[in-house]
Design a protein around this ligand. Structure first.
Ligand SMILES: Cc1ncc(COP(=O)(O)O)c(C=O)c1O
Length: 390
């Protein structure tokens, strides 16, 4: 019903993934598997909604606080996660990281610390340090193919007086970990005990694979800010736009006052609002077909990699279309691998150290693309590993 196999040429569309690959990798003619967006056109229902809105032709100031938007969100959270939302608590923002940044400022002072699970999405380090807060790392440990959080070590970190916020990534980028109900409940208890506020970044919530279930923080937590967007799931990040739930009325008012007053952002990107309404009302069949395609892509990566290097015994992640590949069993040198990938194989794949020191020995391969592109990129990775091992 939906075509995810036919490649669409994105060159010349000012897209970060292809047109600006040289900024990070130093070379322009690379096949990119980098920043987390996908090479697919968005859902047909979204394209229709956008076409209609564009045909109207008038793009004056807009609003997000209306039933069309709020009820579409409630519908999505209710039907996908069985977690209806108090629509009065919903907030909007231009991006998830903008919203995270603002709540860090609201809930902590310069010099305070924000706890994150490492390795971590690189923007987390930047948003914490850019706000003059310290990063407190709670390392995730790999046991078999799962990632575990050492709750005793985490509590020890949380007990530090400077620790004011836990910035949770749920599901977790880059490991793909899906937090279980028990883990979330324990985290909630510990945060409560140590008076640590929670910002839960749930932007990857829709990309959770068979056998795993995303549980929104709103199910377990009390005083929190949960931020997300349809941008990853429906591949619309360049429209900009995110939303969330801030549970406490005063916190919410403070956030909205800053959005409107200090930052002059009260009028949302109307195309983003329109896209979200359409996605959350009518986008489920497309998303489920896409998820099926992506899961097969991840399985393909596992089959090919393990065939080439049985010692890897790599398993697809629990969530996200980002294959977090542990190459440590092969003892490949990270810097040499990057050199060979870029110079010889002409492929751009994120080195694991982008996500902190615990990412050394890993690469992050974005599989949000047609299979034919993935085949080329994966072959490039396999070839590059062979060169490094020779
Ligand atoms: C965990 C996580 N949060 C946030 C973002 C970016 O979201 P936004 O562009 O809305 O700030 C990403 C993008 O890769 C992400 O992986």
């Amino acid at each position: 019903m939906f075509d995810f196999s036919t490649p669409v040429d994105r060159h010349g569309t000012w897209c970060t993934q292809w047109d600006y690959v040289a900024d990070r990798f130093g070379s322009a003619d690379l096949l990119p598997f980098t920043i987390s967006d996908m090479d697919f056109p968005t859902a047909p229902c979204i394209l229709d909604a956008l076409s209609q809105r564009i045909a109207h032709g008038v793009f004056g100031y807009s609003r997000w606080k209306h039933d069309d938007f709020l009820c579409a969100i409630d519908h999505w959270l209710s039907t996908r996660f069985n977690a209806p939302v108090d629509t009065a608590a919903v907030v909007y923002g231009p991006s998830v990281i903008y919203m995270v940044s603002e709540m860090i400022r609201q809930w902590s002072a310069p010099g305070d610390a924000v706890l994150i699970h490492t390795p971590a999405y690189d923007a987390f380090y930047k948003v914490i340090e850019g706000n003059a807060r310290q990063v407190l790392a709670a390392p995730l440990r790999k046991t078999g193919n799962d990632w575990q959080c050492d709750m005793r070590q985490l509590e020890w970190q949380m007990a530090r007086p400077e620790c004011k916020i836990m910035l949770l990534c749920s599901p977790h980028n880059p490991t793909g970990k899906v937090w279980t109900h028990d883990e979330l409940a324990t985290l909630a208890q510990l945060c409560e005990r140590h008076n640590v506020r929670v910002i839960s970044d749930e932007i990857h919530m829709d990309m959770v694979w068979q056998g795993h279930h995303h549980i929104p923080w709103s199910v377990v937590g009390e005083r929190y800010a949960l931020f997300t967007s349809g941008s990853k799931s429906f591949n619309i990040p360049a429209l900009t736009g995110a939303w969330g739930v801030i549970s406490d009325a005063q916190d919410r008012d403070n956030y909205l006052a800053v959005l409107k007053g200090r930052d002059g952002l009260s009028s949302p990107a109307v195309l983003a609002v329109s896209a979200h309404i359409s996605a959350y009302r009518d986008g489920a069949p497309w998303l489920d077909a896409l998820r099926h395609y992506l899961e097969n892509n991840l399985r393909y990566v596992a089959d090919q990699l393990n065939q080439a290097f049985p010692a890897l015994n790599w398993h697809p992640p629990q969530a996200t279309y980002l294959a977090w590949i542990d190459l440590r069993a092969l003892g490949v040198d990270d810097e040499q691998l990057q050199r060979v990938l870029i110079e010889q194989q002409k492929v751009a794949i994120m080195p694991g150290y982008t996500y902190g020191d615990e990412g050394r020995g890993f690469v992050r391969l974005n599989v949000g693309c047609p299979r034919t592109k993935l085949e080329k990129g994966l072959q490039g990775l396999i070839n590059a590993i062979r060169v490094c091992l020779a």
